[in-house]
Design a protein around this ligand. Sequence first.
Ligand SMILES: [Zn+2]
Length: 259
Amino acid sequence: MSGKALQNGFSAGSTAWYPPRVSRIEKVYQGKFRTLLRLAGARRLEAGVNWFLSRARARAGSDPVKRNEILVDLESRLFKQLARASRSGCPPLPASRFPVPSHFLFLCDAGLGGLARWLRAAGYQTVWFPGIADHELLDRAVDRRAFLLTTDSLLLERRLLRERLIPALWLLPTLKVLQQLEIVFRELHLTVRGSRCMKCGGELKRVDKASVWDRIPPKTRLWLDEYYVCRNCNHLFWHGTHWQNIRRRLSALQPALAP
Ligand SMILES: [Zn+2]
């Protein structure tokens, strides 16, 4: 048996599955494929799970980053296929595939600052600490009973995450921010809410134009009358073209995800 065949999980000259060493991320995706295939009523569940893993390995070769990207893509395609089937009369997908906390406070690790801003725009309280150490991140997640979003697969090995004491979702760091957002929405069955402050996640309150007149750029004053101030950091917001673009992207997210 060749080294490459071993690496890909196949015995030489056949397509039989040979159990290779499974990475942390592959373990995560084993669980995801198992859940989805069970929902799809797959008869040979483990063979199906292994088929997805072996396909990712075969396509990625020895590149683990590419393999993870393929796993994310395969899971996304399977989910969407099931969602379409569920719309056409097959059993619906469950309300959530994760134990979602009753309150939604997201805690993003240092690599997810862009995602944090989009989640706030979508109306979710989200905190993000650049450069925070792992132990501090986990302490804060426990203290604030937050849902952890992380790009660090090593964190998945921590007892607090393994035992689901901290609910968490791993995200592939090489994805674009809107792809990460789509996965969070899909996994947790989120819907777009009224926006929060994109800088700090605070609640926005409507204010009179006159009360913030001096803070509005002169050109904006001419065509906009609605203004909002963050209750937490006092940042001024208005629904300009940039904002409309953000909301358009957010609203485009939902129909594609609806089961
Ligand atoms: Zn703010």
